[in-house]
Design a binder for this molecule. Structure first.
Ligand code: COA
Ligand code: AMP
Length: 660
């Protein structure tokens, strides 16, 4: 069947189509009934099905001839460690750790927060939760205590699992004190904190009666059996940035997610059981959840966990080494990683050192694959470079090139064609569906296919308001783009206060709320401006209170450290510009888009709704007098990144071991 035939069936007969796909995974009770939608468009997929994610991805393969096949390869240049787990070994470790959680009272429906670096124990902890029917919520290790606190307060975990530290290239980032601080400030207190002790940080402050080490937790426990859960039972909550300071708890259910992951491994990522699949991401992001942790193992593949960076670990050839050494068939990462490699090794000389014959395809997602990066990469590696677009909310690709069905030609700048199950429409602000090549809001017609979020944790009202209310019968993606005459979709960027910094989704609204807590600030706007390396970086435009006498340099320094402490270094907030006032509409809404445009273009169309057009020139002057053209900003970010690389506040591994 062609892509068009398959796609047509997925839209016209979606229940039958997905019930058929559901046969590809192992259920305790196979679903048979048609699916039902609720009043706001989310679907109870496979309502009569029962399964367990940990059984499906581990025990099932052990029982079906894959016991000795590598399930997980851990490759950590930062600790100089490599480790292989067979399916049997991984299954045993998961069952044991699930036994440890059970002993601490964790049961089906309880929540568990995981705050760990990219190490096998993170994946083991996730599967252990799934084995018990507990709902995990992984928090990216780069987030500051305030972010972790918000998530702990919302998810109310019974247990928090952490490591003593993470390692950023050669710097030790102490995680345990961050966890302590978050719990101290949180109104919710977990009963226990399980601490995985890394040899790079062997000692830590133990809170009596609450903290227990990973090794203590697993000693003398009985391995836990997989618990049968309904298809609609939540597998996890993953918090993502919205437009306000409160992150959104995206809920992912078990059965439909498993079916969609299996489907995409076969038909989108074109990876067969037994092959090696590597997603160069982190378990803290949706890409890590779906394509490091769950999908490759559901498919019976070997997954790779790489605790390193594309550059400096030890050089810009790290990715090529891993692909060659572990015979990776398909590799998936964010375009920003390739931009980082391109900057260090523009000729691709390091690639030539390695045998890349195992590699069939490179998939990229997380941000727009800009045509220059595409051209550079496509020229360098002789395999298709396949963009795919999706979001934390959706759990797997919605736009892609279906490599396992019927590969289409690749168009640079387009994220591809709709994945079966997704019907896209471009709409203008009034709700009118636009014609091919016309740019507008990217929407998806309901019902959403399997794997998409059915709600937000504890906040169905926000789910409806943020995604479903704008265009009844459609899901609002928050992105803008257009569809060309051949049905390819081009995603151009966000239409809301969300920005994408080095493939990390962040909220400018949240940063504004944090900046506004500074005593000297009357009001502020944070906008994402273009950055050659990271895609976008946030810049603050601030209006000082009348009495404030603080200098530009001092306020900037204080605000940079405020965001670093409250959101984390990953926000890359390095610049705040004092302005006399902010451009607003006559009804008082800040014109953030106009500010962004002004930082990127010399000529800016003045919005008709602006209350005072003179402010445009004022702003332009402020930017110029701060010497902040785009070129200078980029230069400055690069310089700051270099300075941060030798950041004195976080010791190197060597300094750290000498200190202790
Ligand atoms: N723990 C602690 N700190 C972290 C961290 C973590 N897990 N991840 C990043 N940081 C810190 C970095 O050390 C850096 O700190 P610094 O300012 O003190 O130097 C800061 O956050 C900015 O990090 P980042 O923007 O990630 O830059 P980088 O140079 O460390 O890495 C990339 C660049 C391209 C490798 C990285 O951004 C990346 O992998 N991005 C892809 C993200 C992704 O997978 N997205 C999902 C879609 S595929
Ligand atoms: P996240 O939820 O972190 O995966 O971020 C989702 C957002 O990242 C989307 O709404 C887009 O703005 C952006 N994004 C992800 N993948 C792509 C892509 N392939 N092309 C363009 N933007 C993308």
């Amino acid at each position: 069947m062609t892509y068009e035939e398959i796609y047509g069936r997925s839209i016209e007969h979606s229940d039958e189509f997905w019930l058929e796909q559901a046969k590809a995974i192992s259920w305790f009770t196979r679903p048979k009934a048609k699916c039902t939608s609720n009043e706001y468009g989310s679907v109870n997929w496979f309502l009569d099905g029962e399964l367990n994610m940990s059984y499906l991805a581990l025990d099932y393969h052990v029982e079906n001839g894959r016991a000795e096949q590598p399930a997980l390869i851990y490759d950590s240049p930062v600790t100089k460690t490599k480790k292989v787990f067979t399916y049997k070994k991984l299954c045993e470790e998961v069952a044991t750790f699930a036994g440890a959680l059970k002993k601490l009272g964790v049961q089906k429906g309880d929540t568990v927060v995981i705050y760990m670096p990219l190490i096998p124990e993170g994946l083991i902890a996730m599967y252990a939760c799934a084995r018990l029917g507990a709902i995990h919520s992984v928090v990216f290790g780069g987030f500051a205590p305030h972010e972790l606190q918000l998530r702990i307060e919302d998810a109310k975990p019974k247990v928090v699992i952490t490591s003593t530290c993470g390692i950023e290239i050669n710097r030790v980032i102490e995680y345990k004190p961050l966890v302590d601080k978050s719990i101290e400030k949180s109104s919710h207190k977990p009963s226990n904190v399980i601490v995985h002790v890394r040899s790079e940080m062997p000692t830590f402050q133990l809170v009596k009666g609450r903290d227990i080490t990973w090794n203590e937790a697993i000693s003398n426990v009985e391995a836990a059996e997989p618990v049968c859960v309904n298809s609609t039972h939540p597998l996890y909550i993953l918090y993502t940035s919205g437009t306000t300071g409160k992150p959104k708890g995206v809920v992912r259910r078990t059965g439909d997610h498993a079916v969609m992951l299996k489907y995409t491994m076969t038909y989108i990522y074109n990876t067969d059981p037994g092959e090696v699949f590597w997603a160069g991401s982190d378990i803290g992001w949706v890409v890590g959840h779906s394509y490091i942790v769950y999908a490759p193992l559901i498919q019976g593949c070997t997954t790779v966990m790489y605790e390193g960076k594309p550059i400096k670990t030890p050089d810009a050839g790290g990715f090529w080494r891993v692909i060659s050494e572990h015979k990776v068939s398909n590799f998936f990462t964010a375009p920003t990683a390739f931009r980082a490699i391109k900057k260090e090794d523009p000729e691709g000389l390091l690639l030539k050192k390695y045998d890349m014959t195992s590699l069939r395809t490179i998939f990229v997602a997380g941000e727009r694959l800009d045509p220059p990066t595409y051209e550079w990469l496509a020229h360098l590696v002789n395999v298709p470079i396949v963009d795919n677009w999706w979001q934390t909310e959706l759990g797997s690709p919605a736009l892609a090139n279906p490599m396992g069905i019927f590969p289409k030609k690749i168009k640079a700048g387009s994220a591809g064609v709709p994945v079966p199950g997704y019907l896209f429409e471009i709409k203008d602000d009034s709700g009118k569906t636009l014609q091919p090549d016309q740019k507008g809001n990217l929407t998806i017609k309901l019902p959403l296919p399997p794997g998409c979020f059915p709600t937000l944790w504890n906040d169905t009202e926000r789910y409806k308001k943020s995604y479903m209310d704008a265009y009844p019968g459609y899901y609002l993606t928050g992105d803008e783009g257009f569809i060309d005459t051949e049905g390819y979709i081009y995603v151009m960027g966000r239409i809301d206060d969300v920005i994408n910094v080095a493939g990390h989704r962040l909220s400018t609204g949240e940063m504004e709320e944090i900046l506004a807590t500074h005593d000297a600030i009357a009001e502020c706007a944070v906008v994402g401006i273009k950055d050659e390396l990271k895609g976008e970086v946030p810049v603050g435009f601030i209006v000082l209170k009348d009495f404030a006498t603080i200098s530009q340099i001092d306020i900037e320094r204080e605000l940079v450290s405020l965001i670093r402490n409250e959101v984390g270094a990953l926000a890359c907030f390095k610049q705040a510009i004092i302005v006399k006032r902010l451009p607003k509409t006559r009804s008082g809404k800040i014109l953030r888009r106009t500010i962004r445009k002004l930082s990127e273009e010399t000529f800016v169309e003045i919005p008709p709704t602006i209350d005072d057009p003179a402010i445009i020139d004022e702003l332009r002057d402020a930017m110029q007098s701060n010497n902040r053209g785009v070129a200078q900003l980029v230069e400055r970010c690069v310089r700051d990144a270099e300075v941060a690389g030798s950041n004195p506040v976080t010791p190197t591994l060597k300094e750290y071991s000498e200190m202790k």
